[in-house]
Ligand binder design. Structure first.
Ligand SMILES: [Zn+2]
Length: 241
């Protein structure tokens, strides 16, 4: 397990937390307040002042898919060793911090957050049992854990023994790709989704995703998040050896 995830795991063990993890309860235990506010440049940030611990949470994400992961992320800044002093860094010296260093910290915190809301000891065996063909069960599992579909699908890609990637489109433009890089021998195409029929398990015979030299089969499922004008595309690659 990733070292940052281990810290989340320790917390789950120590407090005997069971999914769905209630982050508001967890904050109470540690006297961390959650204050909802109109924030301009961030979804959230953590601040400790005069012994008062506060997570400021942007009104723009309250009640949305992003809320839970964002709170878990901020808790990562609190619980991971050496991250608290860096929080202060981030808000006082942001401009001077090297982009890469900042990116590294945020990635570590995200690993903690993912483990906290989707504890491996509970969810991994459940995810491993779901084949892409039965993708509807992934939505059900997200509901059961009260996490966003996005978070759950990232975890699915992590846990899956097949070569997979998750692509996110917003207003039909690709925003990001999430994949286990080592397994991917090919770059994934970044254009539009050619066959974007949602909620269907499709064998992509035209190969919309990988370059022509790719030898194998690609399967695809498009999840639609209408509220956010988002599409999440799971692709699974099977190489011919
Ligand atoms: Zn952060």
């Amino acid at each position: 397990m990733d070292i940052n995830a281990i810290y989340a795991n320790d917390l789950i063990e120590k407090l005997e937390l069971k999914p769905p993890i209630d982050l508001y309860e967890l904050c109470k235990i540690f006297n961390i307040e959650i204050v909802k506010a109109d924030l301009k440049n961030a979804y959230a940030y953590f601040r400790i002042r005069k012994g008062r611990k506060v997570i400021f949470l942007s009104n723009s994400i309250v009640g949305t898919e992003k809320e839970k992961f964002t709170i878990a992320h901020e808790l990562g800044h609190y619980f991971l060793p050496n991250h608290l002093e860096k929080i202060d860094d981030m808000y006082t010296r942001t401009d001077y911090m090297y982009k890469n260093e900042r990116k590294k910290i945020e990635t570590e915190v995200d690993k903690f957050a993912a483990e906290l809301i989707m504890p491996s000891k509970y969810i991994n065996s459940q995810l491993e049992r779901i084949s892409l063909r039965n993708f509807r069960q992934l939505r059900e599992l997200a509901q059961k854990y009260q996490v966003s579909l996005t978070s759950l699908l990232c975890k699915y890609v992590d846990v899956n023994s097949e070569t997979m990637a998750l692509l996110c489109y917003e207003n039909n433009k690709q925003k990001w790709q999430y994949k286990v890089f080592d397994d991917f021998k090919f770059e994934i195409y970044t254009g539009e989704i050619l066959n974007d029929e949602p909620e269907k398990y499709i064998k992509d015979t035209l190969n919309n995703w990988l370059d022509e030299s790719f030898q194998g089969t690609v399967y695809q499922v498009v999840f639609e998040l209408k509220k956010y004008n988002m599409k999440l595309v799971l692709i699974q690659v099977k190489y011919y050896y």
